[in-house]
Write a protein that binds this ligand. Structure first.
Ligand SMILES: Cc1ncc(COP(=O)(O)O)c(C=O)c1O
Length: 427
């Protein structure tokens, strides 16, 4: 069946009449190449099908939640068993305690857990807990880091007032001097420091922090008696079976989790050390769906798979195979890629591509050959992927590179003003 996006275009037209902009937030296709589908009909394992029936090997994994494959049989069986008993009830099910025990046993800095729905819930709770603990106001975040869509952290300032951000101070990621300057700017009013496990911003190369930086954040937080908050929402359990900074020998005080912890079922969590228990207990936070039992049962099973399978080694090996294969193909066609960050969370950008026209054209070509690569956001390998999938991907990528080479001089400039603005911000 030849690739087509007719149904997607019709749906988008209907959506624009009843949904502002036809879509919002990170699921909007406004920043993507124009052919990218917005609507999908189903998914299984490592594959997704868009509403036009086009099948893709999916390197986005739902922007992170898919760790063991869409519809993983073990996770879905656990979710179904719980669904038969009940989901959103007048109070939580006992599975909430099972899940909290599992997380505390797996995350080395964790003594307690509070569950919520989205990553933004967890990071906002962490900020509030930090202020409740320290009785101070200033929160340090790395410039450009994404911690969610709440007024204090959203990257889009529309509708946000200065007061929402007046106690947020930025520092440059992996830059100890800049961090120290931000601490000085807090002027004795420091409440807590946020760090993502590595720098994973859109439109930019990814950057793993130095051990010295992670240790400096730890030291500064200890000296000021404020929590070090690692935002593991995106990278959690993709770098380690523990908090991501366990790989650097640094224990956070509080960490935030979401995305992959229930293999796609909606649940997130704030996890903390005993010293911050009383502060966490003192804040008011809740939601109508935060105690739903089905996602908790799915999370218990996902955590079992994390403990008992080699998913991590597998996703690293597959990501490395993909990275090496793409580098070879790019070079063979006269291109050079910037592949950064952990291999299992690949970011693929092109050298000599200031307006990203090459990257956009290449990912649009790959899409037509059955591979969903994202042109500006980091991607996520999942454990349902196989060597055969990666090899199929490389075949499709080879076609995408050779089309790119053939049309290189005729690829139009990237004139999407939204893309150009984001690129400028990322530089
Ligand atoms: C590092 C990080 N923190 C927080 C969030 C917010 O999570 P959510 O979109 O589930 O609210 C995200 C989402 O991408 C994220 O990547």
């Amino acid at each position: 069946m030849p690739w087509s996006n007719r149904k997607n275009s019709e749906l988008l037209e209907r959506a624009r009449r009843v949904i502002p902009g036809g879509m919002y937030g990170h699921e909007s296709t406004a920043l993507l190449p124009s052919d990218f589908p917005q609507f999908f009909s189903r998914a299984s394992g490592a594959r997704i099908w868009d509403v036009d029936g086009n099948e893709y090997i999916d390197y986005m994994s739902a922007y992170g939640p898919n760790l063991f494959g869409y519809g993983n049989a073990d996770v879905e069986a656990a979710a179904r068993r719980q669904a038969e008993l009940g989901d959103t009830l007048t109070g939580p099910s006992s599975v909430m305690v099972d899940l909290a025990e599992a997380m505390v046993s797996m995350i080395s800095h964790a003594d307690w857990v509070m569950f919520c729905k989205n990553g933004s819930d967890a990071t906002s709770m962490a900020m509030t807990t930090a202020r409740a603990y320290s009785k101070r106001r200033k929160i340090l975040v790395a410039s450009g880091a994404y911690h969610g869509s709440q007024p204090w952290c959203t990257p889009n300032r529309t509708g946000i007032v200065d007061e929402d951000r007046s106690h947020v101070i930025t520092y440059r990621y992996d830059d100890i001097e800049s961090l120290e300057a931000a601490v000085r700017a807090a002027d004795g009013d420091l409440a807590g420091i946020f760090a993502t496990p590595f720098k994973h911003e859109v439109f930019a190369d990814q950057l793993l922090p130095s051990e010295a930086f992670a240790k400096a954040v730890r030291r500064i937080c200890d000296a000021a008696d404020v929590p070090l908050i690692v935002d593991d929402v995106r990278a959690g359990f993709r770098l380690a079976r523990d908090s991501s900074w366990s790989t650097l020998g640094v224990k956070p005080d509080i960490s935030c989790w979401g995305k992959a912890i229930a293999n796609g079922h909606p649940i997130s969590a704030m996890v903390g050390a005993q010293r911050f228990n009383a502060a966490a207990r003192s804040i008011f936070c809740t939601g109508s769906f935060w105690f739903s039992a089905v996602p908790m049962a799915a999370a218990v099973e996902t955590l079992r798979l994390i403990r008992e399978t080699d998913y991590l080694e597998q996703t690293v090996a597959l990501g490395t195979r993909l990275r090496e294969g793409l580098d070879e193909l790019a070079a063979a066609h006269g291109f050079s890629l910037r592949q950064t960050g952990p291999a299992q969370m690949p970011q693929i950008l092109f050298h000599d591509d200031p307006d990203m026209r090459l990257g956009y054209a290449w990912s649009a070509n790959a899409l037509k050959h059955g591979v969903y690569f994202h042109p500006y956001h980091n991607m996520f390998m999942n454990a349902a992927m196989t060597v055969a999938d990666v090899d199929l991907t490389l075949k499709a990528s080879e076609r995408a590179f050779s089309e790119l080479k053939a049309h290189r001089t005729r690829i139009p400039a990237n004139e999407n003003p939204l893309v150009l603005a984001r690129l400028k911000r990322a530089q």
